[in-house]
Design a protein around this ligand. Sequence first.
Ligand SMILES: Nc1ncnc2c1ncn2[C@@H]1O[C@H](COP(=O)(O)OP(=O)(O)OP(=O)(O)O)[C@@H](O)[C@H]1O
Length: 266
Amino acid sequence: MRTVSAAETAPTTYPWAVDAEGLTVRAGRHLAVDGLDLTLGTGVHGLLGPNGAGKTTLMRALATVVKPAGGRLTLLGEPVGGRADLRRVRRGIGYLPKQFGFYPRFTVREFVEYLAWLKEMPKAEVPGATQRAIDRVGLTAKADARMKTLSGGMLRRAGIAQAIVNDPAVLLLDEPTVGLDPEQRLDFRELLRDVGVDSCVVVSTHLVEDVVAACSDVVLINEGRLVHQGTPNDLAAQGGDGDAGDSPAERGYSALLRKHRAGEGR
Ligand SMILES: Nc1ncnc2c1ncn2[C@@H]1O[C@H](COP(=O)(O)OP(=O)(O)OP(=O)(O)O)[C@@H](O)[C@H]1O
């Protein structure tokens, strides 16, 4: 039987899981998110953008790792920023950073359990939730292997397991498919679709094909601003024969960036 998480039983009185208006976020001294307007609800949102677009910085703000420098950000109905108490919001978030740390001598199970504890999950739920998360990412056979013995792709799957262990209402995955083999990427897309049925999933990636296959919504940002938001079909419809790319969606991506850069005078 599946345990119902706190995130699921919490009243959902907010229209959007993520609601940002004029959001600015600094990365060092640089304003990496620069006046972003964005609303995200239930579903799988693919976050696309060229190197340096601000994807990682945005993800860090959504994960409440970094506070906004300005504008408004509301997560799960709670305003973030200032002196807001973020504990309730954090219990509803799962986050896989691009680079994540771990104790190499921990087993996969210990690693996931430790993160479940940090997320303040009720103690009695932790073992079952940990096993379920490990099973969902296909690491059952490695549950008791030490983290330092895992391959790159397996490590990333352990990272995904800790991100989903609390059945988060908002799941943030920063380049989660790096290192996954083709079979694992297919399984991962299925997992995303599954989690996205009743949660808000945000996946940052450079792989346009992953977005087309697994996402219900595409968010394209450039220089910290929203360039386009729509379905994968909308994205594909933006491109033409003259645009760079091997697929309609890639050509749509190139066309939108080209128009955005021209509009900004670059
Ligand atoms: N610590 C920092 N100090 C100064 N500038 C930074 C810092 N971290 C990031 N930046 C700058 O902020 C901008 C956004 O970086 P960010 O990592 O959010 O982009 P990204 O879209 O995730 O890029 P990539 O696709 O290359 O991972 C870039 O111009 C980057 O150079």
